[in-house]
Design a protein around this ligand. Structure first.
Ligand code: NAD
Length: 301
Protein backbone atom coordinates (compact mmCIF):
# COMPACT_ATOMS: atom_id res chain seq x y z
CA UNK A 1 0.00 0.00 0.00
CA UNK A 2 1.25 3.45 -0.90
CA UNK A 3 1.48 5.92 1.98
CA UNK A 4 0.10 9.00 0.25
CA UNK A 5 1.85 11.93 1.89
CA UNK A 6 0.40 14.35 -0.61
CA UNK A 7 -3.16 13.41 0.28
CA UNK A 8 -2.55 13.34 4.06
CA UNK A 9 -0.77 16.70 3.88
CA UNK A 10 -3.77 18.17 2.03
CA UNK A 11 -6.06 16.80 4.73
CA UNK A 12 -3.91 18.35 7.47
CA UNK A 13 -3.79 21.69 5.63
CA UNK A 14 -7.61 21.59 5.60
CA UNK A 15 -7.66 21.01 9.36
CA UNK A 16 -5.17 23.84 9.94
CA UNK A 17 -7.18 26.20 7.73
CA UNK A 18 -10.27 25.51 9.85
CA UNK A 19 -8.36 26.13 13.08
CA UNK A 20 -6.99 29.45 11.81
CA UNK A 21 -10.41 30.51 10.55
CA UNK A 22 -11.88 29.75 13.97
CA UNK A 23 -9.24 32.00 15.56
CA UNK A 24 -10.04 34.85 13.19
CA UNK A 25 -13.79 34.36 13.69
CA UNK A 26 -13.29 34.76 17.44
CA UNK A 27 -11.51 38.08 16.88
CA UNK A 28 -7.95 36.89 17.37
CA UNK A 29 -5.04 37.65 15.07
CA UNK A 30 -3.59 35.14 12.61
CA UNK A 31 -0.47 33.14 13.57
CA UNK A 32 2.70 34.60 12.10
CA UNK A 33 5.89 32.96 10.85
CA UNK A 34 9.07 34.77 9.80
CA UNK A 35 11.52 33.15 7.40
CA UNK A 36 15.06 34.48 7.24
CA UNK A 37 17.01 33.77 4.09
CA UNK A 38 20.60 34.82 3.39
CA UNK A 39 21.93 35.03 -0.17
CA UNK A 40 20.42 33.67 -3.36
CA UNK A 41 20.88 29.90 -3.29
CA UNK A 42 18.23 28.82 -5.86
CA UNK A 43 17.21 25.68 -3.91
CA UNK A 44 16.84 27.70 -0.69
CA UNK A 45 14.78 30.34 -2.50
CA UNK A 46 12.45 27.64 -3.82
CA UNK A 47 12.07 26.07 -0.36
CA UNK A 48 11.39 29.44 1.26
CA UNK A 49 8.83 30.42 -1.38
CA UNK A 50 7.08 27.05 -0.97
CA UNK A 51 6.92 27.50 2.79
CA UNK A 52 5.47 31.01 2.43
CA UNK A 53 2.92 29.78 -0.11
CA UNK A 54 1.91 26.91 2.19
CA UNK A 55 1.39 29.39 5.06
CA UNK A 56 -0.84 31.56 2.88
CA UNK A 57 -2.94 28.52 1.95
CA UNK A 58 -3.94 27.91 5.56
CA UNK A 59 -4.18 31.55 6.65
CA UNK A 60 -0.86 31.78 8.52
CA UNK A 61 0.85 35.10 7.94
CA UNK A 62 4.41 34.74 6.69
CA UNK A 63 7.13 37.35 6.42
CA UNK A 64 10.22 36.76 4.31
CA UNK A 65 13.30 38.54 5.65
CA UNK A 66 16.01 38.44 3.00
CA UNK A 67 19.65 39.41 3.50
CA UNK A 68 22.46 39.61 1.00
CA UNK A 69 25.21 37.00 1.08
CA UNK A 70 27.67 39.42 2.70
CA UNK A 71 25.69 40.02 5.93
CA UNK A 72 28.01 39.50 8.91
CA UNK A 73 27.42 36.85 11.54
CA UNK A 74 27.02 39.61 14.14
CA UNK A 75 24.32 41.34 12.11
CA UNK A 76 22.47 38.07 11.59
CA UNK A 77 22.68 37.29 15.31
CA UNK A 78 21.25 40.74 16.04
CA UNK A 79 18.34 39.96 13.72
CA UNK A 80 17.76 36.61 15.45
CA UNK A 81 17.65 38.33 18.84
CA UNK A 82 15.21 40.92 17.47
CA UNK A 83 12.94 38.14 16.23
CA UNK A 84 13.18 36.36 19.59
CA UNK A 85 11.63 39.40 21.26
CA UNK A 86 9.26 40.52 18.49
CA UNK A 87 5.82 39.97 20.01
CA UNK A 88 4.11 39.91 16.61
CA UNK A 89 6.11 36.84 15.48
CA UNK A 90 5.08 33.45 16.87
CA UNK A 91 7.86 31.43 15.30
CA UNK A 92 10.70 31.84 12.84
CA UNK A 93 13.22 29.86 10.88
CA UNK A 94 16.61 30.64 9.42
CA UNK A 95 16.89 28.82 6.11
CA UNK A 96 20.01 26.66 5.85
CA UNK A 97 22.65 26.45 4.50
CA UNK A 98 24.17 29.79 5.51
CA UNK A 99 27.21 31.27 3.71
CA UNK A 100 30.53 29.78 4.82
CA UNK A 101 31.58 32.85 6.85
CA UNK A 102 28.60 32.44 9.21
CA UNK A 103 28.54 29.71 11.85
CA UNK A 104 25.26 27.82 11.55
CA UNK A 105 25.59 26.48 15.04
CA UNK A 106 26.05 30.00 16.52
CA UNK A 107 22.96 31.23 14.69
CA UNK A 108 20.82 28.21 15.61
CA UNK A 109 21.94 28.42 19.23
CA UNK A 110 20.76 32.05 19.40
CA UNK A 111 17.15 31.18 18.48
CA UNK A 112 14.74 31.08 21.42
CA UNK A 113 13.53 27.46 21.53
CA UNK A 114 9.96 28.68 22.11
CA UNK A 115 10.05 30.20 18.62
CA UNK A 116 12.18 27.48 17.03
CA UNK A 117 9.51 26.01 14.73
CA UNK A 118 12.20 24.15 12.76
CA UNK A 119 13.20 22.32 15.95
CA UNK A 120 16.89 22.59 15.12
CA UNK A 121 18.34 24.46 18.10
CA UNK A 122 20.42 22.50 20.60
CA UNK A 123 17.84 23.36 23.23
CA UNK A 124 14.92 22.02 21.19
CA UNK A 125 16.77 18.81 20.40
CA UNK A 126 17.86 18.36 24.00
CA UNK A 127 14.31 18.91 25.20
CA UNK A 128 12.99 16.34 22.74
CA UNK A 129 15.54 13.83 24.07
CA UNK A 130 14.37 14.52 27.60
CA UNK A 131 10.70 14.26 26.66
CA UNK A 132 9.95 17.92 27.37
CA UNK A 133 7.73 20.15 25.25
CA UNK A 134 9.67 21.26 22.20
CA UNK A 135 9.26 21.67 18.49
CA UNK A 136 10.25 18.59 16.54
CA UNK A 137 12.07 19.10 13.28
CA UNK A 138 9.73 18.97 10.34
CA UNK A 139 10.73 15.77 8.55
CA UNK A 140 10.71 13.35 11.51
CA UNK A 141 7.54 14.99 12.77
CA UNK A 142 5.90 14.53 9.37
CA UNK A 143 6.96 10.88 9.18
CA UNK A 144 5.55 10.22 12.62
CA UNK A 145 2.29 11.87 11.61
CA UNK A 146 2.12 9.82 8.41
CA UNK A 147 2.60 6.57 10.36
CA UNK A 148 -0.04 7.65 12.86
CA UNK A 149 -2.61 8.59 10.22
CA UNK A 150 -2.20 5.17 8.57
CA UNK A 151 -2.42 3.58 12.04
CA UNK A 152 0.96 1.89 11.69
CA UNK A 153 1.95 0.82 15.20
CA UNK A 154 5.54 1.18 16.32
CA UNK A 155 5.36 -0.41 19.78
CA UNK A 156 7.84 -3.28 20.07
CA UNK A 157 8.74 -3.03 16.37
CA UNK A 158 12.29 -3.00 15.11
CA UNK A 159 12.84 0.28 13.28
CA UNK A 160 16.01 0.73 11.25
CA UNK A 161 16.89 4.35 10.46
CA UNK A 162 19.54 4.84 7.78
CA UNK A 163 21.18 8.24 8.29
CA UNK A 164 22.29 10.09 11.42
CA UNK A 165 21.84 13.76 10.51
CA UNK A 166 20.57 16.32 13.00
CA UNK A 167 17.58 17.15 10.83
CA UNK A 168 16.34 13.64 10.05
CA UNK A 169 18.11 10.52 11.35
CA UNK A 170 18.87 11.48 14.96
CA UNK A 171 15.52 13.07 15.88
CA UNK A 172 13.65 10.29 14.03
CA UNK A 173 15.39 7.60 16.05
CA UNK A 174 14.77 9.52 19.25
CA UNK A 175 11.05 9.97 18.65
CA UNK A 176 10.40 6.32 17.84
CA UNK A 177 12.35 4.90 20.77
CA UNK A 178 10.67 7.15 23.32
CA UNK A 179 7.96 6.17 25.73
CA UNK A 180 4.83 7.78 24.30
CA UNK A 181 3.71 9.42 27.52
CA UNK A 182 5.30 12.68 26.50
CA UNK A 183 3.40 15.90 26.16
CA UNK A 184 5.01 16.60 22.83
CA UNK A 185 3.15 18.76 20.33
CA UNK A 186 0.74 17.08 17.95
CA UNK A 187 -1.11 14.61 20.07
CA UNK A 188 -2.37 12.34 17.30
CA UNK A 189 1.14 11.18 16.55
CA UNK A 190 2.63 11.40 20.02
CA UNK A 191 1.20 8.00 20.89
CA UNK A 192 3.86 6.50 18.62
CA UNK A 193 7.11 5.32 20.12
CA UNK A 194 8.20 2.30 22.13
CA UNK A 195 10.11 0.91 19.14
CA UNK A 196 13.50 -0.76 19.24
CA UNK A 197 15.59 1.47 17.02
CA UNK A 198 18.84 0.78 15.18
CA UNK A 199 20.59 3.72 13.54
CA UNK A 200 22.81 2.93 10.54
CA UNK A 201 25.19 5.26 8.75
CA UNK A 202 27.99 5.38 6.24
CA UNK A 203 30.34 3.34 8.45
CA UNK A 204 27.80 0.63 9.32
CA UNK A 205 28.99 -2.87 8.47
CA UNK A 206 26.67 -5.30 6.72
CA UNK A 207 23.78 -2.90 6.26
CA UNK A 208 21.83 -5.57 4.41
CA UNK A 209 21.57 -8.04 7.27
CA UNK A 210 20.50 -5.26 9.68
CA UNK A 211 17.85 -4.01 7.25
CA UNK A 212 16.50 -7.54 6.81
CA UNK A 213 15.52 -7.56 10.49
CA UNK A 214 13.55 -4.31 10.24
CA UNK A 215 9.77 -4.09 10.58
CA UNK A 216 10.01 -0.41 9.62
CA UNK A 217 12.80 1.07 7.50
CA UNK A 218 13.38 4.82 7.36
CA UNK A 219 15.94 5.70 4.73
CA UNK A 220 17.53 9.16 4.83
CA UNK A 221 20.95 8.84 3.23
CA UNK A 222 20.75 10.88 0.03
CA UNK A 223 21.85 7.96 -2.15
CA UNK A 224 19.63 6.73 -5.02
CA UNK A 225 18.62 3.04 -4.87
CA UNK A 226 20.57 2.49 -1.66
CA UNK A 227 17.77 0.24 -0.37
CA UNK A 228 17.19 -2.66 -2.75
CA UNK A 229 14.61 -5.45 -2.59
CA UNK A 230 17.07 -8.03 -1.22
CA UNK A 231 17.51 -5.82 1.89
CA UNK A 232 13.81 -5.73 2.79
CA UNK A 233 11.81 -8.26 4.80
CA UNK A 234 8.47 -9.29 3.31
CA UNK A 235 5.71 -7.10 4.80
CA UNK A 236 8.00 -4.33 6.09
CA UNK A 237 7.05 -0.64 6.08
CA UNK A 238 9.44 1.49 4.03
CA UNK A 239 9.73 5.26 4.43
CA UNK A 240 11.87 6.91 1.78
CA UNK A 241 13.16 10.32 2.85
CA UNK A 242 15.75 10.79 0.11
CA UNK A 243 15.46 13.46 -2.55
CA UNK A 244 18.03 12.97 -5.29
CA UNK A 245 18.25 14.48 -8.76
CA UNK A 246 19.05 11.97 -11.48
CA UNK A 247 19.65 12.91 -15.12
CA UNK A 248 16.71 12.20 -17.37
CA UNK A 249 16.92 13.73 -20.86
CA UNK A 250 13.31 12.68 -21.53
CA UNK A 251 11.99 15.26 -19.02
CA UNK A 252 11.71 18.99 -19.79
CA UNK A 253 14.13 19.87 -16.97
CA UNK A 254 16.62 17.15 -17.94
CA UNK A 255 16.38 15.48 -14.53
CA UNK A 256 13.87 13.85 -12.22
CA UNK A 257 13.66 13.37 -8.47
CA UNK A 258 14.13 9.94 -6.94
CA UNK A 259 14.40 8.71 -3.38
CA UNK A 260 16.89 6.39 -1.69
CA UNK A 261 14.77 3.29 -2.27
CA UNK A 262 14.61 1.14 -5.40
CA UNK A 263 10.85 1.68 -5.39
CA UNK A 264 10.00 -0.52 -8.34
CA UNK A 265 11.47 -3.66 -6.79
CA UNK A 266 10.93 -2.89 -3.09
CA UNK A 267 7.24 -1.93 -3.36
CA UNK A 268 5.97 -5.48 -4.12
CA UNK A 269 7.59 -6.75 -0.88
CA UNK A 270 6.54 -3.87 1.37
CA UNK A 271 3.26 -3.73 3.27
CA UNK A 272 3.48 0.08 3.16
CA UNK A 273 5.82 2.33 1.22
CA UNK A 274 6.16 6.06 0.55
CA UNK A 275 6.70 7.28 -3.02
CA UNK A 276 9.13 10.02 -4.06
CA UNK A 277 7.82 12.56 -4.81
CA UNK A 278 4.52 12.62 -2.90
CA UNK A 279 5.50 10.82 0.31
CA UNK A 280 7.62 12.43 3.01
CA UNK A 281 8.18 15.77 1.20
CA UNK A 282 4.63 17.17 1.52
CA UNK A 283 4.49 16.02 5.16
CA UNK A 284 7.64 18.04 5.92
CA UNK A 285 6.11 21.36 4.88
CA UNK A 286 2.85 20.70 6.68
CA UNK A 287 4.78 19.96 9.89
CA UNK A 288 6.23 23.46 9.82
CA UNK A 289 2.69 24.85 9.62
CA UNK A 290 1.60 22.67 12.55
CA UNK A 291 4.60 23.85 14.56
CA UNK A 292 3.78 27.49 13.78
CA UNK A 293 0.20 27.09 14.98
CA UNK A 294 1.49 25.35 18.08
CA UNK A 295 3.90 28.25 18.70
CA UNK A 296 1.00 30.69 18.32
CA UNK A 297 -1.15 28.74 20.77
CA UNK A 298 1.60 28.71 23.37
CA UNK A 299 2.59 32.33 22.74
CA UNK A 300 -0.95 33.70 23.02
CA UNK A 301 -2.06 31.47 25.89
P1 NAD B 1 22.95 14.12 5.35
O1 NAD B 1 23.82 14.10 4.15
O2 NAD B 1 23.16 15.14 6.40
O3 NAD B 1 23.05 12.70 6.06
C1 NAD B 1 23.05 11.52 5.32
C2 NAD B 1 23.28 10.37 6.27
O4 NAD B 1 23.23 9.15 5.55
C3 NAD B 1 24.64 10.41 6.96
O5 NAD B 1 24.44 10.27 8.35
C4 NAD B 1 25.42 9.22 6.39
O6 NAD B 1 26.20 8.59 7.38
C5 NAD B 1 24.31 8.31 5.91
N1 NAD B 1 24.70 7.58 4.70
C6 NAD B 1 25.10 8.11 3.51
N2 NAD B 1 25.38 7.11 2.64
C7 NAD B 1 25.14 5.94 3.29
C8 NAD B 1 25.27 4.59 2.94
N3 NAD B 1 25.68 4.22 1.74
N4 NAD B 1 24.92 3.66 3.86
C9 NAD B 1 24.50 4.02 5.09
N5 NAD B 1 24.37 5.29 5.47
C10 NAD B 1 24.69 6.26 4.60
O7 NAD B 1 21.47 14.12 4.78
P2 NAD B 1 20.06 14.57 5.41
O8 NAD B 1 20.01 16.02 5.50
O9 NAD B 1 19.71 13.72 6.58
O10 NAD B 1 19.13 14.12 4.19
C11 NAD B 1 19.10 12.79 3.72
C12 NAD B 1 18.29 12.72 2.45
O11 NAD B 1 16.96 13.11 2.75
C13 NAD B 1 18.76 13.67 1.34
O12 NAD B 1 18.49 13.06 0.10
C14 NAD B 1 17.88 14.87 1.52
O13 NAD B 1 17.70 15.60 0.32
C15 NAD B 1 16.60 14.21 1.95
N6 NAD B 1 15.71 15.05 2.75
C16 NAD B 1 14.40 15.03 2.41
C17 NAD B 1 13.50 15.75 3.13
C18 NAD B 1 12.06 15.70 2.76
O14 NAD B 1 11.31 16.55 3.14
N7 NAD B 1 11.64 14.68 2.02
C19 NAD B 1 13.91 16.52 4.23
C20 NAD B 1 15.27 16.49 4.58
C21 NAD B 1 16.16 15.73 3.84
Amino acid sequence: MILDGKQIAAQIRGELREQVQALLASGQRAPKLAVVIVGHNPASETYVNNKIKACAEVGIEAEKIAYEEYITEQALLTEVRRLNSDETIDGFIVQLPLPAHISESSVLSAIDYRKDVDGLTPQSMGRVIQGLDAFISATPKGIRELLARYKIQTEGKHVVVIGRSNIVGKPMAMLLMQRPYLSLPNMSASSLGDATVTVCHSKTRDLKSICLTADILIVAAGSPKLLTADMVKEGATVIDVGINRVDDPTTPKGYRLVGDVDFEHVAPKAAYITPVPGGVGPMTIVSLLQNTLQAYNEHTR
